[in-house]
Write a protein that binds this ligand. Structure first.
Ligand SMILES: NC(=O)c1ccc[n+]([C@@H]2O[C@H](COP(=O)([O-])OP(=O)(O)OC[C@H]3O[C@@H](n4cnc5c(N)ncnc54)[C@H](OP(=O)(O)O)[C@@H]3O)[C@@H](O)[C@H]2O)c1
Length: 311
C-alpha cells in the first residue's frame, strides 16, 4: 500500500494532519476519503491497515498504520504528529476482556489524552444518538461515559452523534432489503413504533471532514446528525419495500424474543444481530433539533431512496 508506514517519523503536530482511528471501517473509510478531498494529510490507524481502502491506497496524502486502540504505545505513535485525531472505532459485541467499557470509555479516554499530550488542536469522538451514561444498557451507558471521559482527556473535544447510518455496504438497509426479499412476512422490532432518522454515511463523513478542516474553535462541541426524514421502524420497512417494489406483510415480534435471539446470536456465527442493536431499537434514534447538525455545516442531507438507488 502506497504511503503505508508502521510508525510516525515527524513528531511535531501539524494542523493539516489527521489521524483517523478506525479509518478502515464503514464510517472511517468515508471520513478518510472526505478528509483527503478537503486536502488534508490523513493517517488511518486500525488493526488491519490493508483494509483501509483500495481507492485511497495510492493517494499521496494517505498512509495507514497498524495500531490497536488498546495498545498505549501504538496509540501514542499513531497520533504523534496529528493536528486532529478522530476516533471512529466500533465495538458492537463484547468478547473476553474486550468490553464496551474498555474500548468505548478507557481506550477512547486514553486516545484523547494521547492526542492532547501530543499537542493536537482537535479531538473528534464518533459516538451515537441516544448515548447515555445513566442507561441500564451496558452499551449505551459506555457510549455516554465515553463522551464524558474524552472531554476529560481532551478538554473541548468534539462529540459527533450520528443516527443509524446508511450506505451501499451498511448493516441496516441491506439487512432490511435482504429480509424483505427472502421472507414471506417481515418481523418487526416490537410493534415497529421506534422512531428512526437514518443518515447517509457520506453526509456524516463530510460533516466530520468539515469540522476537521475548520479552525479549532470554529464549531460547536456536540453535533447530532440525522437524515431528512423521521420514520417509525414500521413505516421505514414499508417505504423500503415500496421503493424495491416488494409486497410484504408486517408481523410484530415482542422485544423479549429479539433479546433471546441476540443473546444466542452472540455465541453462534451467522446470526447478524447483537444485544446492543436490540437495545438501541427500543429507544427513538432521532436527532435533537436543539443541537447543531448537518445544516449548521452547510450540508443538505440525503434520504434513503438515494442510498437505495446507489446500492
Ligand atoms: N454504523 C452505524 O449505523 C453507526 C450509527 C451511529 C454511530 N456509529 C458509530 O460510528 C463509529 C464507527 O462505526 P462503524 O459502523 O463504521 O464501525 P465498523 O465498520 O465496525 O468499523 C470499525 C473500525 O474500528 C476499527 N477497530 C475496531 N477495533 C479496533 C481496535 N481495537 N483498535 C483499532 N481499531 C479498531 C476497525 O478496524 P480493524 O478491525 O482493522 O481494527 C474499523 O476500522 C462507532 O463509534 C459506531 O458506534 C455507527
Amino acid at each position: 500500500m502506497a504511503g503505508a508506514q508502521t510508525s510516525s517519523s515527524n513528531t511535531r503536530p501539524q494542523s493539516g494532519r489527521v489521524t483517523v482511528f478506525g479509518g478502515s471501517g464503514f464510517l472511517g473509510r468515508r471520513i478518510v476519503k472526505h478528509l483527503l478531498d478537503h486536502g488534508l494529510v490523513v493517517r488511518s490507524a486500525s488493526r488491519h491497515p490493508a483494509r483501509a481502502g483500495r481507492k485511497q491506497a495510492h493517494h499521496e496524502l494517505f498512509s495507514a498504520v497498524n495500531a490497536d486502540i488498546l495498545d498505549r504505545n501504538q496509540v501514542v505513535a499513531a497520533v504523534s504528529d496529528a493536528g486532529t485525531v478522530v476516533n471512529a472505532v466500533s465495538l458492537y459485541s463484547e468478547h473476553g476482556s474486550v468490553t464496551f467499557e474498555r474500548v468505548h470509555v478507557e481506550a477512547a479516554s486514553q486516545l484523547a489524552e494521547a492526542a492532547r499530550r501530543a499537542g493536537a488542536e482537535r479531538y473528534i469522538q464518533i459516538s451515537g444518538i441516544g448515548s447515555d451514561s445513566r442507561s441500564q444498557s451496558s452499551y449505551i451507558k459506555a457510549r455516554g461515559q465515553g463522551e464524558e471521559a474524552v472531554d476529560v482527556g481532551f478538554p473541548g473535544a468534539t462529540i459527533v452523534r450520528p443516527a443509524v447510518m446508511t450506505g451501499p455496504d451498511d448493516a441496516f438497509l441491506t439487512t432490511i432489503t435482504r429480509l424483505l426479499r427472502t421472507l414471506p412476512a417481515y418481523p418487526l422490532f416490537g410493534n415497529g413504533d421506534t422512531r428512526l432518522q437514518p443518515a447517509s454515511v457520506e453526509d456524516v463523513a463530510e460533516a466530520v471532514a468539515r469540522i476537521a478542516s475548520a479552525g479549532a474553535d470554529a464549531h460547536a462541541r456536540l453535533f447530532e446528525f440525522g437524515g431528512p426524514r423521521v420514520y417509525t421502524y414500521r413505516d421505514l420497512v414499508l417505504e423500503v419495500a415500496r421503493l424495491l417494489g416488494i409486497r410484504t406483510r408486517l408481523v410484530p415480534v415482542p422485544f423479549v424474543f429479539w433479546h433471546m435471539l441476540a443473546t444466542f446470536g452472540e455465541f453462534v456465527p451467522g446470526v447478524p444481530l447483537t444485544r446492543n442493536q436490540v437495545e438501541l431499537m427500543q429507544i427513538d434514534n432521532v436527532a435533537d433539533t436543539r443541537l447543531p447538525g448537518f445544516r449548521d455545516l452547510g450540508i443538505e442531507p440525503h434520504d434513503i431512496d438515494e442510498v437505495l438507488r446507489s446500492a
